[in-house]
Design a binder for this molecule. Structure first.
Ligand SMILES: [Zn+2]
Length: 189
């Protein structure tokens, strides 16, 4: 058995004494680096260099995802435009094709849920020939965004929400969560 030299013991003690402080420094440094990294990522996402392509990718994905609904909307839009109607591309937070005409008025008056000012089907908004207010347009564009988010499941989700409201003894249209959200969007107008 060999006795450990005293000098070695001292250096061990010093190492022991300094270890917690060094550990604390390392934790502090790691925390600082993590914060810097998060700030850099945040700044990168806020910069238009990243934000715009991300937003375009989101819009493009929404257009593809909602395309089965949009195809149905376009099938309705074609005869509207042919019968002295008019189509216009709307570009805002989302892209939509606004279609108006005599045939659109006819369709909206006979909507299965009752007469409407406008309706959104995927990325197509069918609206009355006259009297389309910005508020109504904002409401419909909110439905376009909902369709872009839910894709082909949107009509089912919409109907399920109406059914849920009706089951609770509420108005199937007014208390539909998608209508509530669209009315909320109108307030930002
Ligand atoms: Zn609505």
């Amino acid at each position: 058995m060999r006795e450990a030299p005293i000098r070695d013991l001292d250096s061990d003690l010093n190492a022991f004494k300094f270890t917690p402080r060094r550990a604390a420094d390392q934790v502090g440094l790691r925390h600082l680096l993590k914060r810097r990294m998060l700030q850099t990522i945040q700044r990168l996402f806020q910069s238009s260099l990243i934000r715009l392509p991300l937003s375009w990718t989101g819009t493009l994905f929404g257009i593809i995802w909602a395309s089965p609904l949009t195809a149905f909307g376009i099938a309705l839009a074609i005869p509207i435009v042919i019968f002295s109607g008019h189509a216009q591309l709307i570009r805002g937070h989302t892209i939509a094709l606004l279609v108006r005409g005599r045939l659109a008025d006819f369709m909206l008056q006979r909507h299965p849920f009752g007469a409407m000012n406008a309706m959104a089907i995927g990325h197509v908004v069918i609206a009355e020939k006259s009297g389309l207010s910005s508020r109504v347009l904002i409401h419909e564009l909110a439905h376009v965004r909902q369709a872009a988010w839910w894709g082909p499941f949107f009509p089912f989700a919409y109907l399920a929400s109406s059914a849920w409201a009706a089951l609770r003894g509420k108005n199937a249209y007014w208390h539909n969560r998608f209508e509530v959200a669209a009315r909320k969007a109108e307030k930002h107008f």
